[in-house]
Design a protein around this ligand. Structure first.
Ligand SMILES: NC(=O)c1ccc[n+]([C@@H]2O[C@H](COP(=O)([O-])OP(=O)(O)OC[C@H]3O[C@@H](n4cnc5c(N)ncnc54)[C@H](O)[C@@H]3O)[C@@H](O)[C@H]2O)c1
Length: 308
């Protein structure tokens, strides 16, 4: 028995990267995974990976910052499995990446960025929560009991629905000239805490993950194009565990927070960052400084974002 057998999980941005790894992990645990993404060829590839490993998955194409897409995503999910237990809100790209301070960015870039980074999470919950609540419990103790939450009279004995929102270490700490991304990722934390309070009584936990630097397929391509070996080593040196992350690191944490074992955990922001966010920069900078002195030609794919 997989820990997510009979459960349905939606993963936004589940075609590749962290979402791709999360979709594979939840499917490995037995969930029927619904991937929603704007990148059809990667979605097709990930669904076929999942199926060839014995899992179950479907995909739908759409931009999650659009309300109609979110409605379609929920309808599609109900058509496929008739229920919804897990929602991982992870999608990211494009407009969210506009670099600049408040003086530099345009109001259009702000609207576009925050629509994806923050509004899409509100929309996701708006349409997913009533369906999750209706889906109720499938745990062994409550096998006959369907329909969780106060709308059915009694609060649930165990929280059964799961929402995981993906923030970032950029939601905990600020980087220069990154107003849109940092504001969006900080908003994810506030949204998560608010939803945890609002939906706890309905049987749904809501948690956020704050990943450190995770080398995804697109991250790897950026490193190859714009970085070098020394630049990557510099990144690793900043992490107490002396490595950066891979999608499976984040997927493992999500899988735990979605499990029955995590039923009493809600409203937390879990950094999955190899210790990056708990280290004093004034100490770390000393060994990083030595490394830079020894490697004056290092390049990273962040070079265009800082120092100007
Ligand atoms: N990779 C990192 O280092 C890192 C670190 C901290 C936080 N994060 C967060 O993790 C999440 C995933 O990032 P990633 O690095 O895996 O990115 P990625 O680019 O590898 O994957 C993102 C996925 O989202 C999809 N997507 C983009 N815009 C979409 C939209 N409007 N609607 C639906 N799907 C859309 C993309 O097509 C892609 O499949 C993001 O929320 C990101 O902010 C990433």
């Amino acid at each position: 028995m997989g820990k997510f057998d009979k459960r349905t999980a939606i993963v936004t941005g589940g075609a590749r990267g962290i979402g791709g790894g999360t979709a594979r992990k939840l499917a490995e645990g037995g969930a029927h995974v619904i991937i929603i993404d704007i990148d059809e060829s990667s979605a097709v590839k990930n669904v076929s990976n999942i199926k060839s490993s014995g899992g179950t998955a479907d995909y739908i194409i759409g931009d999650v910052s659009e309300e109609n897409t979110i409605k379609e995503m929920i309808e599609f999910t109900l058509q496929k499995t008739g229920r919804l237990d897990i929602l991982v809100q992870n999608a990211y790209g494009g407009g969210a990446h506009s670099v600049g301070s408040a003086v530099e960015i345009t109001s259009e870039a702000w609207d576009r960025g925050l629509s994806l980074l923050a509004k899409s999470l509100y929309l996701g919950a708006k349409y997913a929560v009533p369906v999750m609540e209706e889906s109720g419990s499938i745990s062994k103790e409550h096998i006959e009991w369907s329909g969780a939450g106060l709308r059915h009279g009694d609060p649930p004995k165990q929280n059964v629905g799961r929402i995981i929102n993906i923030s970032s270490v950029h939601g905990l700490l600020q980087a220069p000239r990154a107003l849109i991304y940092e504001a969006g990722k900080s908003a994810v934390i506030g949204i998560t805490r608010q939803m945890a309070i609002d939906f706890g009584p309905l049987g749904i936990t809501v948690n956020a993950i704050a990943p450190g630097h995770v080398v995804t397929e697109s991250g790897e391509a950026m490193w190859r194009e714009q970085g070098n070996e020394a630049g990557f080593k510099l990144f690793e040196l900043q992490y107490p565990v002396r490595r950066t992350g891979v999608p499976a690191d984040i997927a493992n944490a999500i899988s735990f927070l979605c499990s029955d074992e995590a039923s009493f955990i809600t409203g937390v922001v879990l950094p999955v960052d190899g210790g990056l966010s708990i280290q004093l920069p004034e100490e770390a900078i000393m060994y990083v400084k030595d490394f830079i002195v020894d490697n004056p030609n290092l390049r990273t794919h962040f070079d265009d974002r800082v120092g100007s």
